[in-house]
Design a protein around this ligand. Structure first.
Ligand code: SAM
Length: 288
């Protein structure tokens, strides 16, 4: 049995707690995975790192040794007590007992950079899987001043997040376009169930999103493009022509066929066949 497993069991026994499934608690016990997350994040003393869901503090400990400042956001008060006991002596450690989805990250990042002379902000997390999508959407859509996001997520979700949509890629969803628009992404490693206690029901994967300085496509109204993508994927089995006509994005089928023709798309294409450039063109041609 490895050291991290023993340490994790020791802490759980000492504080007489067990993992709370409702809060997505699966504690990492694989040292190689910890090191891979830390190394791929390239943490320096110029960095503000925000860790989402530090739990018992396995990643926290490693981040504290490298980052200029670490702010941990943890919802579970039982974890807060443990984290305070373990890390209060570190000068670069701050702990917020709150829901990440309600946290004003924009203000935090702005103030930390200004007041503590930190150059870059990075997110690191072994995410609670039950809220992966809202967390990723929040981190991207709030246009935070971030350099990168390194996260562990469910493998299936990871693959959809980093997929580059287009005719050859089938495993896409509306969120694939959001990730591609704001970030360039890569798979860091696959992680098996035995790397956690308790073991989750699904395989996991660590991915890294490097935030782009400029979005990957130019589009007059990005929100309008994302609205179109959302409607297209709500009825992904239907053709774009039908779903966007039903959603009143196209006034009628004739107009829809004209727009699709202009872009060089057949009237039979489905959402999953379209690249982000295709959606940008539909949005621009349709926007008045
Ligand atoms: N970082 C630890 C590790 O790798 O062992 C724990 C990761 S565990 C998968 C997810 C953590 O997110 C738990 O500590 C859980 O309490 C916390 N969490 C769940 N929902 C949260 C929320 N809405 N805001 C902040 N933290 C949350």
């Amino acid at each position: 049995m490895n050291e991290l497993y023993k340490e994790t069991q020791f802490i759980l026994n000492k504080y007489k707690i067990s993992a709370n499934k409702k809060l997505g608690q699966n504690f990492l016990i694989n040292e190689e995975v910890v090191q891979n997350i830390i190394n791929s994040s390239n943490i320096t003393e110029n960095d503000l790192v925000i860790e989402i869901g530090p739990g018992l503090g396995t990643l926290t400990k490693e981040i504290l040794n490298k980052a200029g400042k670490l702010i941990c956001v943890e919802l579970d008060t039982k974890m807060i007590k443990i984290l305070k006991d373990r890390f209060s002596l570190y000068k670069n450690f701050e702990l917020l007992n709150q829901d990440i989805l309600k946290t004003d990250l924009k203000t935090i990042i702005h103030n930390e950079k200004k007041n503590n002379n930190l150059k870059t902000a990075k997110i690191i997390a072994n995410l609670p899987y039950y809220i992966t999508t809202p967390i990723i959407m929040k981190l991207l859509e709030e246009k935070l001043d971030l350099e990168s996001i390194t996260v562990m997520v469910q493998k299936e979700v990871a693959e959809r997040l980093i997929a580059v949509p287009g005719p050859k890629e089938k495993n896409t969803g509306a969120i694939s376009y959001t990730v591609l628009y704001y970030a360039s992404s890569q798979k860091i490693m696959e992680v098996d169930k035995e790397s956690f206690i308790p073991a989750p029901e699904v395989q996991s994967e660590v991915i890294k999103l490097d935030i782009r300085k400029d979005p990957i496509v130019k589009v007059k109204k990005p929100e309008y493009m994302f609205k179109i993508i959302k409607f297209a994927f709500m009825q992904r089995r239907k053709t774009i022509l039908n779903s966007l006509t039903n959603a009143n994005i196209f006034k009628n089928k004739e107009e829809g066929i004209k727009i699709l023709e202009e872009i060089g798309l057949s009237e039979n294409v489905r959402a999953e066949n379209l690249s982000i450039e295709d959606f940008a063109k539909i949005a621009d041609l349709n926007f008045v």
